[in-house]
Design a protein around this ligand. Structure first.
Ligand SMILES: Cc1cc2nc3c(=O)[nH]c(=O)nc-3n(C[C@H](O)[C@H](O)[C@H](O)COP(=O)(O)OP(=O)(O)OC[C@H]3O[C@@H](n4cnc5c(N)ncnc54)[C@H](O)[C@@H]3O)c2cc1C
Length: 416
């Protein structure tokens, strides 16, 4: 089988790139070794939320002030706005309906009740456009008895700090109580599976209608919608008050749904998704990568015209470290990282950590470098790239989506 492009890594960046290429008729194979960091995602995407401790309200304006080694600067600031619209369209086409704009950040609420700047948020999740204009005053925070993934006290405290008048409402139903016989069932994904039945949803709605009658808005942990938003819509129809979901601790239902929606869309477009296999090496000749080898296919190397490295950061083993150095494990590409391991981390847990900006070194076209020279048909996208910081800058998902789409455009236009 002839493949135009092979993508290593099937998280947000790999899938977005694969979809953009497959949509334009390319034959694409994604090799994905395991779960991605989308499972940490409670239902929001971030473009740029913070620079040097300053909260960013207008990401498109702020992007032009980023240093030249930031992935957005490499893509070219003039492309950011149209790539951001393309990303939102791609998500919608995959069945992920999100609200927000790249011109002005809104606020998402973390499972701890902290408001963070965000670009896009799932339509059913609570979001705040302006902190001094809350979407409701009196909210009923629904707390499922025995549920593991919502820190109720911290969340309520955080919401009160934001100015909400919070009523904490503990509730259960007979069938949810029955689930508690096995403690592992009280996780968000298991409850979401249970709430795929209309009868189970109706029992939750009855509790909400009985216990939250005084609220202007009802907040329910995000335990609906493993496959799509239909169960949220069904519950909203049964509940007499405006209903919004609030992100839970991970693994999150929203992130897992986004991962499977993107994968199904990619496969629907004819993409080949090799789940559970790992790229372990490749055959480089001069400035060209000819083939890659996977753990399962062994002596049957995969050949393509272009290759995209979308293997993520340390969490996903796209980057690794030993006592001496930080390295990229498949090709031993050049990485931007401090040579002195003392510099990798800072003691304070809330301090910016140098390692979170480490990543594969690339030229201005996001071609990977080895011994300082670009490999013409090997690109890097997403969190394996250096020069950004998903945690401190709030740019993780934006970098993943926009670099993925920029590289797809470059591959399609034959730019080398
Ligand atoms: C704990 C945590 C919380 C986060 N929270 C948020 C948030 O709330 N909002 C937000 O906007 N962003 C958040 N981010 C950042 C965001 O999740 C990432 O920036 C983005 O999703 C990264 O996507 P990716 O595709 O580049 O990498 P990943 O999601 O890491 O995916 C990489 C994939 O490559 C696979 N892989 C690795 N090596 C190989 C190999 N050799 N062969 C084949 N496959 C391989 C991995 O198994 C994985 O599936 C968070 C990140 C983390 C770590």
């Amino acid at each position: 089988m002839r493949t135009d492009t092979i993508i290593m890594g099937g998280g947000l960046s790999g899938l977005a790139c694969g979809i953009a290429l497959a949509k334009r008729g390319q034959r694409v194979t994604i090799v994905a070794s395991g779960q991605s960091t989308l499972l940490f995602n409670g239902g929001s995407m971030e473009l740029l939320g913070n620079i040097d401790g300053q909260v960013i309200t207008s990401p498109l304006d702020a992007i032009s002030t980023l240093p030249h080694d930031h992935p957005y600067s490499k893509i070219g600031t003039s492309r950011i706005s149209s790539l951001a619209s393309e990303a939102q369209g791609l998500l919608a086409d995959a069945g992920i309906s999100m609200e927000g704009t790249a011109t002005t950040n809104h606020w998402r609420i973390t499972p701890m009740g902290v408001a963070k700047p965000a670009w896009l948020t799932l339509s059913e999740n609570i979001r705040i456009d302006e902190l001094d204009k809350l979407p409701a005053k009196r909210v009923a925070l629904m707390c499922i008895r025995g549920f593991f993934d919502q820190p109720n006290g911290m969340l309520a405290h955080g919401l009160r700090q934001l100015g909400f008048d919070v009523q904490m409402v503990e509730f259960t139903t007979d069938d949810i109580t029955a689930l508690r016989r096995s403690p592992s069932e009280m996780r968000a994904a298991s409850i979401a599976k249970h709430l795929m039945s209309n009868n189970a949803l109706q029992r939750v709605a009855d509790q909400i209608n009985k216990l939250a009658a005084d609220a202007d808005m009802v907040l329910l942990p995000s335990v609906l919608g493993l496959t799509d938003e239909s169960h949220f819509k069904a519950l909203q129809d049964m509940v007499h008050k405006p209903l919004r979901l609030i992100a839970t601790l991970s693994p999150a239902v929203a992130g897992s749904r986004m991962q499977s929606a993107l994968r199904h869309y990619f496969q629907m477009l004819g993409g080949n998704y090799l789940m559970g296999d790992t790229v372990v090496g490749g055959n480089l000749e001069g400035d060209k990568l000819l083939t890659v080898t996977t753990a399962k296919l062994g002596d049957m190397p995969l050949r393509a015209n272009n290759f995209v490295l979308a293997t993520g950061s340390f969490v996903s083993r796209g980057l690794m470290a030993n006592y001496e150095r930080v390295y990229e494990p498949i090709f031993d590409l050049d990485v931007d990282a401090d040579g002195d391991r003392e510099q990798w981390t800072r003691f304070g847990i809330m301090d910016p950590q140098a390692y979170s900006r480490y990543g594969v070194a690339t030229d201005s076209g996001l071609h990977c470098l080895k011994h300082g020279k670009p490999i013409g048909n090997l690109y890097a996208i997403g969190s394996v790239l250096s020069g950004h910081d998903a945690i401190k800058m709030g740019d993780g998902t934006g970098v993943s989506l926009l670099t993925a789409l920029a590289v797809a455009q470059d591959i399609l236009s034959g730019n080398k």
